[in-house]
Design a protein around this ligand. Structure first.
Ligand code: PLP
Length: 398
């Protein structure tokens, strides 16, 4: 039996791997502190859960329209108009099984062999894999911590070539938590327009912006008459603590949306019906629990960054959004713990996990050697305990 070459082209999701290793240790009875989670620790708000229960009782347990229930696509249009200040029609919207599927479909619909797609480093682990699975080539462009991990426009201009077909942007970013400036996003949109690139704008952390307002790429393009081709991808997962419901959506040019919907129709038919009913309530219903969650995340961010920056030889920028801190531990790479050399951030995170039962995500996996991702989707007391354990480990590194 020989598997298709495609399987070898793609890397497994190591963030999911770290999360499951932490779960295994916990299951084996260890007191694990988990900074690896990519999801809110809160349960889905009760009004959303109740709407799902009522929806099931009312028979919303069947296939829906392939691109999503019209009631949900209408609710998305209303939300996008109200919160993001963009006017779209329901046929410009595709509802998928999580935003991850929307992003995958956008790459499948747009890219092919011979194309290149710009991705900024540090990147969310799935971006290069989506591009590779479309047979295109990721064109990785470095960003710098000193520049808030924002793309440098001159570097982008220097990389322009005729094979580039698209660019993926992600602000607020996973893993850095960085929120890019309006100026940077505007420049990227102009370059994309000039070179006929499609912009895939991953805005799943849109509500988790702590200092200032979220910048919506499509709105910025509209306001400045840029007319860039943008597919915006958003998610119910992070804002509404609905990661397990698997509902995300994309909107933009309806020709591209239709192409994505065509592929989705043959892959999964439609997104799950109960999640779609719940999402209508999430978008239209009471937002108090979401607003409270955002306040708590901001407090935790400040608390965690302060503790991380007190660790010897560790530096951490203040992330403007999402729920990740991305400190630089590169001082400890190349040193030793119990006579064993730490070659990279994978080794360092392995020590944190095995010796202190603290789960983190190594920056190398995001293309950022020396960095470690800490999620603050856990309470302050646990944050304090966990960073205390990390401190005891790094004291023993020499
Ligand atoms: N984009 C980024 C940057 C993410 O971090 C995630 C989830 O971790 C997603 C997309 C996918 O979200 P969803 O749960 O809607 O598939």
């Amino acid at each position: 039996m020989k598997l298709a070459d495609r399987v070898n082209k793609v890397k497994p999701s190591f963030t999911l791997e770290m999360t499951s290793r932490a779960a295994e240790l916990k299951h084996a009875g260890h007191d694990v502190i988990n900074f690896s989670a990519g999801q809110p620790d809160f349960n889905t708000p009760k009004n959303i859960i109740d709407a799902a229960k009522t929806g099931m009782d009312n028979g919303h347990t069947k296939y829906t329209a392939g691109s999503g229930m019209i009631e949900l696509r209408n609710a998305i249009c209303d939300k996008v108009k109200r919160e993001n200040k963009i006017n779209i029609l329901p046929d410009q919207v595709l509802v998928s099984n999580g935003e991850k599927q929307s992003l995958y479909l956008a790459c499948q619909a747009l890219f092919q062999d011979g194309d290149e797609v710009i991705i900024f480093k540090p990147y969310w682990v799935s971006f290069p894999e989506f591009v590779t699975l479309s047979d295109a080539r990721p064109l990785i462009i470095e960003t710098d911590a000193q520049n808030n991990f924002e793309p440098d426009i001159n570097t982008v201009l220097a990389a322009v070539n005729k094979n580039i077909k698209g660019i993926i942007i992600n602000s607020p970013s996973n893993p850095t938590g960085s929120v890019w400036s309006q100026k940077t996003i505007l420049e990227l949109l102009k370059i994309a327009k000039k070179n006929n690139w499609v912009v895939i704008s991953d805005e799943c952390y849109e509500r988790l912006v702590f200092d200032g307002e979220h910048i919506v790429s499509q709105k910025l393009s509209d306001e400045n008459n840029i007319d860039a081709d943008i597919i915006t991808c958003m998610s119910m997962s992070k804002t509404y603590a609905m990661t397990g419901w698997r509902i995300g959506y994309a909107f933009g040019n309806n020709e591209i949306i239709k192409a994505m919907s065509k592929i989705q129709g043959q892959a999964t038919s439609c997104a799950n019906s109960v999640g779609q009913v719940a999402s209508i309530e999430a978008l239209n219903g009471d937002q108090t629990t979401v607003d409270n969650m955002i306040v708590i995340f901001k407090q935790r961010r400040d608390y965690m960054i302060n503790l991380l920056n007190k660790l010897p030889e560790v530096n951490c920028l203040i992330p403007g959004g999402a729920f990740y801190a991305f400190p630089d531990f590169s001082y400890y790479i190349g040193k030793s713990f119990h006579e064993k050399k730490i070659n990279n951030s994978f080794d360092l995170c392995e020590i944190f996990l095995n010796e202190a039962h603290v789960a983190t995500i190594p920056g190398d996996g995001f293309g950022a050697p020396g960095y470690v991702r800490f999620s603050y989707a856990i309470d302050e007391k646990t944050i304090e305990d966990g960073i205390g354990r990390v401190e005891k480990i790094i004291e023993k590194i020499n």
